[in-house]
Write a protein that binds this ligand. Structure first.
Ligand code: ADP
Length: 247
């Protein structure tokens, strides 16, 4: 691990006078898994939207390595090396996982939907698509409609779609939300596997997942950083305990 790859400085977001993110300073070390936790309404999702360019900050700066990402579009942010896992709601029920991946890989090369079916060169993407599906444990489900996949497998497909962009920083929004024990275990080993050579920032409510995977944890409350440190340190912090108890 080296210096910070992702850095937020004084990051602030106002929604019509309501400050959802309030002067957040955050350094994410290259090669680490960094968890963002905090009670509902703490600003975690808004922070993710700011990182990916879906929302523009009201104030502050975001940098990825040497590059200033502040105010850049989601496409530009993805091209510069930071991607978030897709949402299940953006999957196409009729398309297979292999087709989703081909589309994502081809999209990254500027081939549009219109050309997709006719482009003979897509054979190259097919191979890479299968590699990615294999990486997330979906090789055996490459050719079934995505709509028929079980919940945990849909989430694995989302992750594969983010990996198709080969990001230096991978953002995961509640990767284990709504999962049973088996899927949680599978997802944890998957994250362990895909973190190699990357940095992972994740919003995660499940503290056993955080304690198992995260090198550092930032606790947010009311849009501000409450505490930051390794899980073993922050878990005993009085401020964290009372934030979770709603004090
Ligand atoms: P978390 O993900 O930690 O639960 P959010 O980032 O979703 O928190 O929300 C932080 C606060 O900002 C909440 O009080 C929420 O109601 C508010 N908020 C989020 N998005 C908007 C929006 N588009 N317009 C107004 N308020 C918003």
């Amino acid at each position: 691990m080296t210096g910070p790859i992702l850095r937020a400085q004084g990051l602030t977001k106002d929604f019509r006078g309501f400050r959802a993110v309030d002067g957040v300073d955050l350094d994410v070390t290259e090669g680490s898994v960094h968890a963002l936790v905090g009670p509902n309404g703490a600003g975690k999702t808004t922070l993710f939207h700011l990182f990916t360019g879906f929302l523009k900050p009201s104030a502050g700066r975001i940098t990825l390595g040497e590059r200033d990402l502040t105010g850049k579009s989601p496409e530009r942010v993805a091209r510069l090396g930071m991607a978030r896992s897709f949402q299940i709601t953006s999957l196409f029920a009729q398309l297979t996982p292999r087709e989703h991946l081909e589309l994502a890989l081809a999209g990254g090369s500027g081939i549009t939907w219109r050309f997709w079916r006719s482009d003979k060169a897509l054979g190259a993407y097919s191979e890479r698509a299968l590699e990615l599906l294999d990486q997330v444990g979906l090789a055996g489900h490459a050719d079934v409609p995505a709509g028929s996949l079980a919940y945990g497998r849909k989430r694995a497909l989302e992750l594969a779609l983010a990996l198709a962009l080969d990001p230096r920083v991978l953002l995961l929004d509640e990767p284990t939300a709504g999962m049973g024990v088996e899927d949680i275990d599978r997802t944890m080993s998957l994250i362990e596997r895909v973190r190699a050579g990357r940095t992972v920032v994740m919003v995660e409510h499940n503290m056993s997942v955080v304690s198992a995977l995260a090198d550092r944890v930032t606790v947010l409350q009311s849009g501000r950083v409450l505490v930051e440190g390794p899980y073993e340190e922050i878990r005993h912090d009085e401020r964290v305990i009372s934030a979770y108890l709603g004090d």
